[in-house]
Design a protein around this ligand. Structure first.
Ligand SMILES: [Zn+2]
Length: 242
């Protein structure tokens, strides 16, 4: 057992006995870990603040690899107040944290952690949560090893006359290869590429039309269903609350 400090988001909390709870935390250092927070449900407990679902905190813990660690102390890093007062933004935040947790599980991946952290910060600052979420989803496809082909036609490899994109073919399609695929807006193709390369931290404005957002989002929903095997129930809930 070693005493360490980890940084992370609370993904889930489960009550344990009268006053305690077990929290699952998406950490920068160890992927998702389970932490026993003794007495954390009690109003007087110093472990109460910072251990609720979606809290972003530093956790001082007795770390036990592959077992439940024990919480010693907790300090909130950021409350993301603008997100937490908005159901839609909160749902996007939860979706992102949950998606990333499903992908990295108990392996550490600080790069993915930083992508989701930058995304949450941007949503809190008022950027369109749908586009920010799409950016994270595109970047994650690369880590999942199923990146769509966005630099040439996914069927013949041609870089000319790119006309649309399709989840079935795995990316872009040129006018020679297109059969009956829906033709997306020309900007959708340009912007989906741009979103893959953009550094989320450096985004200062997002000027993207609703049509393009919708087309990119639809493509990603289909693509995730076809190629990732991830259960994206929250994404459907997002569509529902919108
Ligand atoms: Zn082609």
């Amino acid at each position: 057992m070693e005493k360490i400090t980890v940084e992370g988001f609370v993904v889930n909390e489960t009550p344990y006995k009268e006053s305690s709870k077990i929290i699952n935390v998406l950490t920068k250092e160890y992927g998702v870990i389970g932490i026993m927070a003794k007495g954390a449900k009690s109003v007087k407990s110093k472990l109460r603040v910072g251990t609720s679902k979606l809290d972003y905190s530093y956790f001082d813990i007795s770390y036990k690899k592959d077992k439940l660690s024990t919480l010693i102390d907790v300090k909130v890093i950021d409350n993301f107040k603008n997100i937490k007062f908005d159901l839609e933004k909160t749902t996007y935040m939860y979706y992102l944290i949950d998606l990333v947790s499903q992908i990295i599980k108990n392996e550490s991946n600080s790069e993915i952690f930083n992508i989701v952290l930058s995304a949450v910060k941007k949503i809190d600052k008022g950027f369109n949560p749908e586009i920010i979420t799409n950016i994270v989803e595109i970047k994650l496809l690369n880590y999942l090893g199923v990146m769509p082909i966005l630099n040439c036609c996914s069927i013949c490899g041609s870089k000319n006359n790119i006309i649309t994109l399709s989840s079935n073919s795995g990316g872009l399609i040129c006018s020679n290869c297109r059969t009956n695929e829906f033709i997306v807006n020309i900007n959708t193709i340009k912007i989906i590429r741009m979103l893959y390369y953009v550094d989320i931290n450096k985004i200062t404005k997002l000027d993207i039309s609703d049509v393009v957002i919708k087309e990119i989002n639809n493509f990603l929903i289909e693509y995730y269903e076809q190629y990732t095997g991830l259960y994206i129930k929250n994404k459907k809930f997002l569509d529902y609350i919108r």
